[in-house]
Design a protein around this ligand. Structure first.
Ligand code: MG
Length: 272
C-alpha cells in the first residue's frame, strides 16, 4: 500500500498511489486508515469522497504531509559515521528528543531560516509511521504489526542553538523544520537495507544504508515504547547519516529512498 495526503478542490484527501510507467500517480481517493488523527479530525468536516476523481501524477498534486502525528519522536546519533563527524561518543542507548507537530512542512514547502540561528543544517532521515497504539513493545519480535509504513523526513536543525541552548526544543522545533513525505509506503523493508540519500542543489551530501543503524528498528521501538505510548499516525525519525551541513537561502534540498520517492524543499529567509 502506498498513499499520500493532498488538497483537491479545497478539501483534504488521502490518495492511493500507484506506479504508472515508472511515475507515481494518485489513482484513487481512498479512505485513510481510520485510526489516523487527521482522518478523525477531517472526516465529516473537510473530507469528502469524490467518485469522478481523475487520476493525476503525484507531482501535479498539492501535497500535504502524509500524516498528522500527535508527536514526532526523533532518534539522535544512530549512524556511527555521523556520531564521529560531530565529535560525539558512540551512544550505549538511544538518544531521544521531540519535534513538535507545528514544525511539519509539506513536500515542496519552504524551510524558513530564522535570524536567531546562524547555522541551519539538513538531516535526511527514514521515518516510521505508527499504525496502531504501541506501548512496551518487545525488542525481539512483533514490531511490524505496529508500523503502518515508511516515509521520508528532514530533521532540520539549528546547529548553533542545539549547542547553545542545551535543550533542543528551539534547535529542532522551529516552524517548517520537519518536512515529511511525499508518500507513506509499506512496500519496503528497512531491515533488508534501504539506501538513503540527501542532495543539495543536485549534489549528493549524504549516502548511507539503514543497515548502518547503531540501534535497529526493533530496539528503537522497544526503547521508545518503554517510556511513552505511540499513537496511530505518530512519526519516529530514525536518525541521520554522516554528511550533514548547512542550508542557505535559495538551496533546494532533496531526501530520497528508492520506493519512497523524493522529499524536495526549498530554503528561504523567514518571511516576517
Ligand atoms: Mg536527526
Amino acid at each position: 500500500m502506498k498513499y499520500c495526503r493532498f488538497l483537491f478542490e479545497n478539501k483534504t484527501h488521502y490518495g492511493a498511489v500507484e506506479d504508472r510507467a515508472g511515475e507515481p500517480w494518485i489513482v484513487d481517493l481512498t479512505r485513510a486508515p481510520e485510526e489516523d488523527l487527521a482522518f478523525r479530525l477531517e472526516h465529516g468536516r473537510a473530507t469528502s469522497w469524490s467518485f469522478d476523481f481523475e487520476p493525476m501524477p503525484l507531482t501535479a498534486a498539492d501535497l500535504l504531509p502524509p500524516v498528522t502525528p500527535s508527536k514526532i519522536v526523533c532518534v539522535g546519533r544512530n549512524y556511527r559515521d555521523h556520531v564521529k563527524e560531530l565529535g560525539n561518543e558512540i551512544p550505549t542507548e538511544p538518544l531521544l528528543f521531540f519535534k513538535p507537530p507545528s514544525s511539519l512542512l509539506k513536500p515542496g514547502g519552504v524551510i524558513r531560516i530564522r535570524t536567531a540561528s546562524t547555522r541551519v543544517d539538513f538531516e535526511g532521515e527514514l521515518a516510521l509511521v505508527i499504525g496502531q497504539r504501541a506501548r512496551k513493545l518487545s525488542p525481539l519480535a512483533g514490531w511490524r504489526a505496529f508500523v503502518r509504513g515508511y516515509t521520508l523526513a528532514n530533521d532540520v536543525t539549528a546547529r548553533d542553538l542545539q549547542k547553545k541552548d542545551g535543550q533542543w526544543t528551539r534547535a529542532k522545533g522551529f516552524d517548517t523544520f520537519c518536512p515529511v513525505g511525499p508518500i507513506v509506503s509499506d512496500e519496503l523493508d528497512p531491515e533488508a537495507g534501504l539506501t538513503i540519500e540527501t542532495r543539495i542543489n543536485n549534489e549528493v551530501r549524504q549516502h548511507a544504508s539503514t543497515l548502518d543503524f547503531i540501534f535497529p528498528i526493533p530496539a528503537l521501538l522497544a526503547y521508545i515504547t518503554a517510556a511513552l505510548t505511540l499513537e496511530p499516525g505518530d512519526l519516529v525519525l530514525t536518525g541521520t547519516p554522516a554528511g550533514v551541513g548547512p542550508l542557505a537561502a535559495g538551496d533546494r534540498v532533496e531526501v530520497s529512498i528508492p520506493g519512497l520517492g523524493v522529499l524536495a524543499n526549498t530554503v528561504a529567509p523567514d518571511a516576517d
